[in-house]
Design a protein around this ligand. Structure first.
Ligand code: NAD
Length: 246
């Protein structure tokens, strides 16, 4: 489905990003595995992709840093000549109740989760506009729609990503570039591993399908939005949340 295409996945050394990188590769894409710090884990993902028969490189870059993003895109295009698919997946949490949230906690989450999406999209869409083809998929969150106590920074960033997605979709449509968001519900990864069993049990009660999600559930949706099969879909937010935010 994606043979001959090149994908850049941010924050792809573990969790949802890793599952997305592997699934895109399984469908034939060459993959740029961006990572922030864990080179060994990123190289493991590259090895797994090569074992699937696709090409991959690992590139370190902080998505919130414009110079590092420019270097990331240059390294990617030097290696593969183009980028057809961008998956803005990198994200962090720094949870705190509003009254206790420090300015640094606000800035860190907004910078990675929202500014990072802007920087990567701006840099990659320049290439996609020339190609007159592109698929951009932004990983938002169900809480960007519903709100969530203790996550004002994260929720504001994810709601921002949804609004950004709609605007980018309108601006880039004329160049045959689609921009969509995915809003995962509760997905089992290192990010959610820190939550207590009590919180996980409470969350289960909010999920009509009565199970937590897997990174592969998100990857399946990303691969669809990255493919030519989704060509008439843009500006949308696809909820992959077991029915949580109906
Ligand atoms: P994770 O913590 O396992 O993975 C996040 C990845 O992003 C890590 O590899 C991390 O190194 C990378 N990253 C962090 N800051 C970065 C930066 N500045 N530059 C480059 N990479 C950076 O978390 P995950 O659960 O796999 O989350 C992936 C995405 O899905 C995030 O955007 C997250 O907000 C979103 N999400 C997750 C869930 C969930 O339940 N797990 C739910 C909704 C949305």
């Amino acid at each position: 489905m994606l043979t001959g295409q090149v994908a850049l996945v941010t924050g792809a050394s573990r969790g949802i990003g890793r599952a997305v990188a592997l699934d895109l590769a399984r469908h034939g894409a060459s993959v740029v595995v961006n990572y922030a710090g864990n080179e060994a884990k990123a190289n493991e993902v590259v090895d797994e992709i090569k074992a699937l028969g696709s090409e991959a490189i690992a590139v370190k870059a902080d998505v919130a840093n414009g110079e590092e993003v420019a270097e990331l895109i240059k390294t990617a295009t030097d290696a593969f000549g183009k980028i057809d698919i961008l998956v803005n997946n990198a994200g962090i949490t720094k949870d705190n109740l509003l009254m206790r949230m420090k300015e640094e906690e606000w800035d860190a989450v907004i910078n990675t989760n929202l500014k990072g999406v802007f920087l990567c999209t701006k840099a990659v869409s320049r290439l996609m506009m020339r190609q007159r083809y592109g698929r951009i998929i932004n990983v938002a969150s169900v809480v960007g729609v519903t709100g969530n106590p203790g996550q004002a920074n994260y929720v504001a960033a994810k709601a921002g990503v949804i609004g950004f997605t709609k605007t980018a979709a309108k601006e880039l449509a004329a160049r045959n570039i689609t921009v969509n968001a995915i809003a995962p519900g509760f997905i089992v990864t290192d990010m959610t591993d820190v939550l207590s069993e009590g919180i996980k049990d409470d969350l289960l009660k909010l999920i009509p399908l009565a199970k937590l999600g897997a990174a592969e559930d998100i990857a399946n949706a990303v691969t669809f939005l990255a493919s030519e099969k989704s060509g008439y879909i843009t500006g949308q937010t696809l909820h992959v949340d077991g029915g949580m935010a109906m």
